[in-house]
Ligand binder design. Sequence first.
Ligand code: DUC
Ligand code: ZN
Ligand code: ZN
Length: 462
Amino acid sequence: VSATGRAAADVLVDGETVRALLQPGSTLLGADVAASVDRVIDATGKYVIPGGIDGHTHMQLPFGGTEASDTFETGTRAAAWGGTTTIIDYAVQTYGQRIQDGLAAWHEKAAGNCAIDYGFHQIVGDVTSESLLAMRGLPEEGVTSFKMFMAYPGVFYSDDAQILQAMQVSRETGMLTMMHAENGPAIDVLAQQLVDQGKTDPYFHGIARAWEMEEEATHRAIMLARLTGAPLYVVHMSAKQAVAQVAWARDQGQNVFGETCPQYLYLSLEEQLGSPGFEGAKWVCSTPLRSRAEGHQDAMWQALRTNDLQTVATDHCPFCMKDQKELGLGDFRKIPNGIGSVEHRMDLMYQGVVAGHITLERWVELTSTTPARMFGLYGTKGVIQPGADADIVVYDPAGHTSIGYDATHHMNMDHSAWEGFEIDGHVDTVLSRGKVIVDGNSYLGAKGDGRFLRRDLSQYLV
Ligand code: DUC
Ligand code: ZN
Ligand code: ZN
């Protein structure tokens, strides 16, 4: 199955690379194909798809007074189990830090520890004249996109003046501007007022981060991108009104793209409100879960189908309950933001095929082919064709996966945000550059197998 169609074929892998797609019954050097290769993986009745590309992860991210609980080692292993063979993680530049130093620190965390290939986006957390200069050197480092935050004053936040200047660099260099679009200063006032009224439960995180805050920031980012001519990619979108802004900008011909995540398709603010005690903390992430009664989840599925949204990533940012999420007992503002999903994205998105929200081809496009194009990896990644890396998943539509902390979960967390989800389908076999790293219930990957990917500019730019 590719983004453009499906066919019965044999995939010939030679070393790390796809050599050929062969019609069933083809011969190789005059002999039966199966007789002339070292190994045959029988995928009869199953889907053979390009390995998943998760364009948004945060391994080992220092955040909220703690650090995301998956390391590059545990997080990439979990990704592999779930049929994801590439992640793009966010290197962080903190206040006062040089961009080059932030990027070097991320290389140090990841190098030698990943089971699958990985690339980086750069978080620009401190726009200074020095940073604006350093940003121009990023494409040469294979980092062709940078993220800014309109949220989190005091942590990662950039104001409009800073965003404008960074977008001018984006326009000049062709680097993609990625935006966390929420009005952070306004949200922080609302959050303080809620806490002052004694409204401290996890649920109120989503009340403070109202959809208006996401729509407004998305619109503002789009206008700044329009003015500067910067290509804009809005990350982790959850509000239908914000997606309408992206759709409108695209209709105006702007190079604006939107990403959503499985949590915004399946989970809701109502369920968070209904979960007992402090349990709802497991679903505290930003942007927040939205109201199902208001129709955000249905709108996200529709936008994925109609291409108002282009990609699905996880924003994988796991924290344990104990000692991490629990920092926010009595004050939702202190709950570290994030959900762990890197292992489940391919399965969860396949349920959209089962439910009739998207086609099989669109599943591949949203989870692999478009991320490859968007982030400058296409050809090597995101497609099964001669010359491509042999990153391949054999997916069994007749299989079944029960997600649960005890049963199937390999992420370094003490709970699952997806507890009880029953998946029609199963990741049977995963190849990363020709090496079988998941074989049924066996894990054969190894830390250090994954390579850093130097990315080209986005292939969506004209
Ligand atoms: N949102 C999250 O949920 N976690 C990390 C950062 C972010 O923006
Ligand atoms: Zn973000
Ligand atoms: Zn993120």
